[in-house]
Design a protein around this ligand. Structure first.
Ligand SMILES: NC(=O)c1ccc[n+]([C@@H]2O[C@H](COP(=O)([O-])OP(=O)(O)OC[C@H]3O[C@@H](n4cnc5c(N)ncnc54)[C@H](O)[C@@H]3O)[C@@H](O)[C@H]2O)c1
Length: 361
């Protein structure tokens, strides 16, 4: 399969998302952006071992020179120290404004490389080659880039659009089960907030998806990317509808932080979705059976539905720290029904406590 969609902003086409099942067309696609230019492939230690040779050889055939920048895998390296090392490499290799960075990896690589591209020489071009499910359906699309600062996640960043996103879905075969299910947290979220039919399709196809049947995964990634595309085009700078993508993230982020990032992002998002669904039920929006069904769907995709070792107060406190970021109110996303979400600024601490009671053990 080969699919393509274009991200438009203000009526102008900004970049293409190319969905492929190999790196076979990468040279042809990338040549438009890298021909006659230097390329720095930014990747992490795990992805380098698996795909750097292949991707490096392809890009070498269509650009003037390839430089590699490999940093150790893991969220703890998504910081300014790594960015500084990358700047140093770019300066030593004499990268100028015309040259191009290529993010080869998951969300950590994409966020960090995109941030370096946004800031090096006040902005250079970059391409995304996402290699995790999470990055193929979420982080590579939409131009949000950034790094963590001290204990604060994604605290320093910029909006910077890639020139192209090239997703080779075959690379998902080497992803660990844990990482695959983390990506499913975001995929399920897409169905919950925007498309009830898609959510039900995911439920029906859970077996094939978990076996990572390429054809089913292709269909799923295409559907999720279409949802993300629509939301990003409508609200590129997250001033309105894009906030819906934060469904499950208010409490999910707080759990992630209080667990010192020992739990994967998508796993925490899944828990946050479940707690938010329970609050939506308490508001009379969805029946309890839908919350229980969501719990079963998350489990089917290998996502946790309970978390232990945390108190509600701890999580609420972490949420409040986030709260300061938005003029003193929590911007909570609730479900009107399955497939339809809205932003609500009136969710009380007591409601959050009740939501948490559904997932805390
Ligand atoms: N910019 C955005 O809009 C946005 C959205 C959501 C999440 N994020 C960010 O994304 C990051 C999480 O991304 P992630 O879940 O992709 O994590 P990740 O980038 O850390 O990748 C997860 C692990 O999988 C390995 N890996 C990557 N591709 C592989 C492959 N094909 N085969 C085997 N192993 C592979 C990586 O080396 C890493 O160890 C977080 O930092 C989060 O803040 C950003």
């Amino acid at each position: 399969m080969s699919e393509r969609m274009t991200i438009h902003l203000d009526g102008r086409s900004i970049y293409d998302i190319v969905l492929e099942t190999s790196f076979g067309n990468l040279g042809r696609e990338a040549a438009h952006f890298v021909s006659g230019r230097k390329v720095c492939i930014v990747t992490d230690s795990n992805v380098a071992e698996l795909y750097l040779n292949e991707v490096g050889n392809i890009l070498a055939s269509c650009c003037s020179r390839v430089v590699n920048f490999v940093f150790p895998a893991g969220e703890e390296y998504k910081n300014l120290d790594t960015v500084q090392k990358l700047y140093e490499t770019l300066i030593l290799e004499k990268f100028d404004r015309k040259d191009v960075l290529v993010a080869l990896g998951g969300g950590v690589v994409g966020d960090l490389c995109g941030f370096a591209a946004a800031t090096y020489l006040r902005g250079v071009s970059f391409l995304q080659i996402p290699t995790t499910l999470l990055s193929q359906v979420d982080s590579s699309i939409g131009g949000k880039t950034g790094v963590d600062f001290l204990a604060y996640k994604n605290m320093v960043g910029a909006f910077h659009m890639p020139k192209m996103v090239y997703s080779n879905m075959a690379v998902l075969q080497t992803l660990s089960e844990e990482q695959f299910s983390s990506g499913m947290g975001e995929v399920i979220k897409h169905g919950l907030i925007q498309n009830g039919d898609y959510y039900r399709w995911l439920e029906d196809c859970s077996g094939e998806i978990m076996e990572r049947r390429l054809q089913t995964c292709e269909e799923m990634i295409l559907s999720s990317d279409l949802i993300k595309q629509r939301v990003v085009e409508e609200d590129p700078k997250e001033q309105g509808v894009r906030a819906l993508l934060n469904f499950g993230h208010t409490l999910g982020h707080a759990i992630e932080k209080e667990k010192q990032f020992a739990m994967l992002h998508g796993h925490c998002v899944g828990l946050g979705c479940l707690a938010a669904a329970y609050i939506s039920h308490l508001r009379g929006n969805i029946p309890l059976e839908e919350v229980e069904r969501l719990s079963r769907v998350l489990s089917r995709f290998g996502l946790p539905v309970t978390v232990s070792g945390l108190t509600p107060e701890q999580i609420l406190q972490a949420t409040k720290n986030d709260k300061k970021m938005d003029a003193g109110t929590v911007k909570f996303v609730l479900l009107e029904r399955i497939g339809d979400a809205y932003v609500d600024r009136t969710v009380s601490e007591e409601e959050m406590r009740q939501g948490l009671s559904y997932i805390l053990r």
